[in-house]
Design a binder for this molecule. Sequence first.
Ligand code: NCD
Length: 317
Amino acid sequence: MIEQRRADGSLRHLITLETLRRDEIESLLLRSQHFARAIGERPPTGRSLQGVTIANLFTEPSTRTRVSFELAGRRLGAEVVNLEVQLSSRVKGESMLDTIFTLQALHFDVFVIRDAEPGVLAHVSSHVAAGVSVLSAGEAHLSHPTQGLLDALTIRQHKGSIEPLSIAIVGDIRHSRVARSAYQVLRILQAHEIRIVAPPALMPEAHEFVGCPRFETLERGLEGVDVIMMLRIQKERFAETAIPDGEEYFLRYGLTPARLARARPDAIVMHPQPMNRGIEIASDIADGPQSVIRSQVSNGVAVRMAVLETVASRLSS
Ligand code: NCD
């Protein structure tokens, strides 16, 4: 099991939400809400990370996650350095750990890592120096903890308590770290029902998503739900031919106005992005009144401020 806490019980790394306690999730969400602002409002700033140096180490593409980790750090006074994979020495054959040790010698305090290889985050976190924190910005298909937190925060803001809600996660669940982290956090927050809706080839293994009703038809899966979480097909994670092409996928699994009408009238629609309009979601819905996709993006910064502060603010004194 991944050890994410210090000896005194405080959170040091964030690699998975699976082993967090409800009170830890609640306090991260409370702090995130403190930093959250509506679109158009002035973002909050602070000095709690002054003197802290953060490395964004992304070996897979990212726009929102990288930028929001960067803004989150800067808005709290940290120094943030982005290491592009093309520029890093990893491409010259140096291992991730060597890169980390080099950066540690330059006195980095926090490593924010996105990588396609399962296990890299746990490996790095078990080798960094005392006082250094490791945060996942997305690990293979396994986990994306800050995305899970921002999804939970967004649901709370629009729906209040998560406990009475029926939530449908739709699409390529098999290869989705977003779906896994959402499942973990929503389970800890005791959502009434988490449904998974996917074509057979994109369903997760039977031992995963325990307790979630499974649906292969979107119409049935959306019946009466409060929240719809759409996902992108993660083509980069499999070499499958059994998956229908874009147009055909949209015909069966695309979120259209007629299908959305199956959910509760006040249901919200989410998507972690990047989104493929006309493949998993109709443009009208992505930009429509039930979409909360842009609040998810804003909340990403708030959640990352809360997480960075939680693991690293002690370093700044
Ligand atoms: C997701 C990711 O990278 O896991 N994007 C994100 O972080 N918002 C989802 C995806 O790539 O489909």
